[in-house]
Ligand binder design. Structure first.
Ligand SMILES: C[S@@+](CC[C@H](N)C(=O)[O-])C[C@H]1O[C@@H](n2cnc3c(N)ncnc32)[C@H](O)[C@@H]1O
Length: 270
């Protein structure tokens, strides 16, 4: 069995797109597949199906500009106050690029409700932690989690650089669907779930409900966000947002919302 799993893992990761995704996540998808299709040996349809699920989770976040990002990080090393470099790094990924000119507004809206945080946890963070300079905070402990090895490494390099700016950060691999590990996370003032809920909820809000119930014990506020438009500009998924609001009310949580052009934010509390 272990041999089969290793063969599948190797085959899935032969495609460049999935090379830097953490093994743990790929193994999760392999186990799911084998549960539904026992006794199969490695075959093309199997690999295609596993990659398809990984694509949904992961590849919506276009990556692959490693060289460019590393060059920008070198420039930042020379001048940590240069916001243009920060913007260029954020501009290498879609969700952060869309917010580029709204980051200050987003953080000021959030902190108006939550107060200034001393500690933030960011789950499924992508490159969002790079936006720290737009928070206008003198000091922050930032714990960032994602499933991409390359992003995690990049963030840790960034955190080293920004220590002198009051940012005390640490990035690690963590699957937001691994509730056992999630329940062991440290407490914080704020937890970000930015554009990640649609990825973990497939048909209903069961997974995000469980996640939010665990997280709200560890923090005063959760900030969740959703895309309001598809990449082609069409409005999307309003009924699901309503379903999410209904779920929050049902489990006794309060929320305030605000929007920017392509994204709606929920600031959730007890
Ligand atoms: C749409 S992006 C959002 C990134 C970031 N939160 C933001 O809003 O800028 C989704 C992110 O979630 C990560 N991701 C997907 N599935 C995950 C999982 N199960 N656990 C942790 N991170 C995950 C992806 O690697 C990607 O970085």
């Amino acid at each position: 069995m272990q041999l089969l799993i290793n063969q599948i893992l190797e085959k899935v990761k032969q495609n460049k797109k999935y090379r830097t995704i953490s093994d743990e996540i790929v193994l999760d998808e392999i186990q799911n597949y084998l549960k539904k299709n026992p006794n199969e040996s490695v075959n093309d349809l199997m690999i295609k199906s596993i990659r398809k699920n990984l694509h949904r989770l992961y590849s919506s976040y276009s990556r692959g500009k490693k060289h460019k990002k590393n060059k920008l990080l070198e420039e930042l090393r020379k001048n940590q106050n240069d916001l243009e470099i920060i913007k260029k790094i954020l501009g290498t990924v879609v969700s952060a690029k869309e917010r580029l000119y709204e980051y200050e507004k987003i953080y000021s809206e959030i902190f108006k409700i939550t107060g200034k945080p001393a500690t933030i946890l960011d789950l499924g963070c992508g490159l969002n932690p790079i936006s720290f300079p737009f928070m206008n905070l003198k000091k922050l402990d930032y714990y960032a989690y994602d499933i991409d090895e390359e992003d995690i490494q990049f963030l840790n390099e960034y955190f080293k650089l920004m220590k002198s700016k009051g940012l005390n950060g640490r990035a690690q691999i963590l699957n937001v669907r691994d509730f056992e590990k999630i329940s062991k996370l440290p407490s914080s003032d704020l937890i970000f779930l930015l554009k990640i809920i649609d990825l973990i909820d497939i048909n209903n809000h069961k997974s995000s409900e469980e996640l939010i119930k665990i997280l709200i014990k560890k923090t005063r506020f959760i900030v969740a966000s959703f895309a309001t438009r598809t990449i082609s500009g069409k409005p999307m998924n309003l009924p699901r947002r309503r379903g999410f609001e209904f779920m929050l009310k049902r489990i006794g949580l309060k929320f305030e919302t605000f929007s920017i052009k392509n994204e709606v934010f929920y600031v959730i509390s007890k």
